[in-house]
Design a protein around this ligand. Structure first.
Ligand code: MRU
Length: 360
């Protein structure tokens, strides 16, 4: 399907993951430090794969597609570090180590593993090329993954915005925007595309306890873009739905399984149940790189458990719970496919049950 050029184009002018070539020929990757947003704009400089692994593990960069893009650049940075070593026949086992270090950072978003796999043919054929040649090829491939992601998000936005009526109020959870992707966003991409199509859209953004991606990142993106946005705490969604203030829920995903089950930020499942109870459509905007056809259902998805400090403290320093209390802090939950009205993908809008037939 082709889409007419929008009258206006909207996209947050920030780059969550930026490839930088130094005058001396070395490469760096600059991650916009999302831990500091929206208060400070700082960059975390990655010079090797260990820096990148730390950046992903410590949430400098987050959001499934952005994690995948970062991991791809991490593979390239790993190859660059090998240039200082002389044992050429050690390159392939070394790159296996690089890949497994990056794969060990966060377990839930499948884009991480998808991107590492996509980089593999570039270093496995190592015997026919020098390490510097392979490194160049890896950086170019990582950049291709990023650019493709932006393109896919715009296609997804084009398909998804057709579902959104002029004057709609959309509820979103966590951050599935430019910061979580190569650019433009998945769920926020659909909202941006609807605005670009000339529709008047209002957004309610869940703050997204405990890590506050909604308050810190989604609200930041939408305010920067001038899209009318109201921030709410997570517990406020139910009463807004009961008051008929929400026309649709749109979220992103970290992994969708072959049957259409959706792992996304903790709290997503509750929103899907609420949406069903109130007769509100619940959409998941997701690129095919987030769909794991090797898993038959959501019960197989590994769910990351994170530090208790994220629940007992606000930010790095302010304690809000007593010492000694036990804490449960899963980063994601699984929404069963039957609660999902439709998956918005770059290939079109599908019911979860149609997904398997779209695996071309
Ligand atoms: O823990 P995070 O911030 O990496 O979790 C991010 C989410 O859950 C997003 O909703 C998801 O990755 C989709 S991003 C397009």
């Amino acid at each position: 399907m082709t889409h007419a050029m929008p009258a206006i184009t909207i996209s947050l002018m920030v780059d969550a993951v930026k490839w930088v070539k130094n005058p001396d020929g070395t490469h760096e990757v600059h991650l916009l430090d999302q831990r500091a947003l929206p208060v400070r704009t700082e960059f975390f400089v990655c010079r090797d794969h260990d820096d990148m692994a730390k950046g992903i593990r410590d949430m400098v960069v987050r959001g499934a597609p952005a994690i995948g893009i970062s991991a791809a650049f991490g593979v390239a940075l790993g190859a660059q570090s090998f240039l200082r070593k002389s044992l050429q026949d050690a390159f392939v086992p070394y790159m296996e180590d690089v890949s497994s270090i990056l794969a060990g950072t966060r377990p839930t978003a499948v884009n991480l593993f998808w991107a590492i796999q996509r980089m593999r043919p570039f270093w496995e054929k190592g015997s026919r090329q020098t390490a510097p040649e392979i490194t160049e090829g890896l950086f170019k491939e990582a950049q291709r993954i990023k650019e493709e992601d932006i393109h896919l998000n715009r296609r997804m936005g084009g398909h998804g915005q057709e579902l959104i009526r002029d004057g709609s109020t959309i509820l979103t959870h966590c951050n599935a925007g430019a910061l979580a992707t190569g650019g433009y966003g998945t769920a926020l991409g659909v909202i941006r595309a609807a605005v670009e199509a000339g529709k008047t859209i209002r957004v309610f953004a869940d703050e997204t306890r405990p890590y506050l991606q909604g308050a810190r990142l989604t609200a930041y993106e939408l305010v920067e873009d001038g899209i009318p946005t109201t921030l709410i705490t997570d517990g406020m969604a139910a009463s807004l739905m009961a008051m008929k203030k929400i026309d649709a829920v749109i979220v992103g995903a970290d992994r969708v399984t072959a049957n259409g089950d959706v792992a996304n930020k903790i709290g997503t499942y509750g929103l899907a149940v609420l949406a069903k109870a109130h007769g509100i459509p619940f959409y998941v905007a997701v690129p095919f790189s987030t769909i794991d056809f090797d898993m038959s259902s959501g019960s197989q998805i590994p769910i990351e458990q994170r530090s208790p400090d994220e629940v007992t403290h606000i930010g790095p320093g302010v304690r809000i719970a007593p010492e000694g209390v036990s804490v449960y802090n899963p980063a994601f939950d699984v929404t069963p496919a039957d609660l999902v009205t439709a998956l918005i993908t770059e290939k079109g809008v599908f019911k979860p049950s149609e997904l398997r037939s779209k695996a071309f």
